[in-house]
Design a protein around this ligand. Sequence first.
Ligand SMILES: Nc1ncnc2c1ncn2[C@@H]1O[C@H](COP(=O)(O)OP(=O)(O)O)[C@@H](O)[C@H]1O
Ligand SMILES: [Mg+2]
Length: 213
Amino acid sequence: MHELDRLREVMRRDKVFEFVQEKRLPFSAGRHTVVPGELDISHGTILYVENISVSFDGFKALNDLTLYINDGELRCIIGPNGAGKTTMMDVITGKTRPDSGVAYFGQTMDLTRMSEYEIAHAGIGRKFQKPTIFPFHTIFENLELAMAADKRVWPTLLASLNGEQRDRIADVMEIIGLKDMRDQEATSLSHGQKQWLEIGMLLMQNPRLLLGG
Ligand SMILES: Nc1ncnc2c1ncn2[C@@H]1O[C@H](COP(=O)(O)OP(=O)(O)O)[C@@H](O)[C@H]1O
Ligand SMILES: [Mg+2]
């Protein structure tokens, strides 16, 4: 190939050549690389839901739903009973597979092909309407148990909490406003405080996206 043609080929912006990609992986400071299994929010969008439809026995619970959520955004979706809110969250968390449409976590993770476990592990947490706390354990213990749901921390928990884990629990107690109640049983909390405790339990897993409703 002529030198100039080579240069033109390399200078084209709409194509990334393999040899460039290989070099980019280890030396990618500041540049956009795609790492399999890692959340890619380089465009600022954390959730892509496009043209999702779900039918139950011919009844369309979701009809061509499209929405995008930005990283760090708080989005409230309201609608009457039966509008499809729960179905939408079921699609995002892998509980229900859509008949059509796509759902991506970041730019690379196809939620419609991942298991519920894989989705939770990738960083999508879900808060259910009914609190699922341990009523006869203290606030602190509830948060400790929530951390234990992550199998990776089991070895350390069997010994005792390390400083970093204690700090994390203290931070979360602060965020949910239950710091002064750390040694009270969860059953003694008001309904609203129980909801906060459950949010705290989800936060212990460090989710990137938290769904609730
Ligand atoms: N597993 C299911 N089987 C049949 N119909 C369902 C199922 N889940 C939800 N639906 C129907 O889909 C519609 C949307 O329900 P849902 O997503 O629970 O709405 P919302 O959470 O907004 O109240 C409702 O009409 C509901 O009856
Ligand atoms: Mg619902």
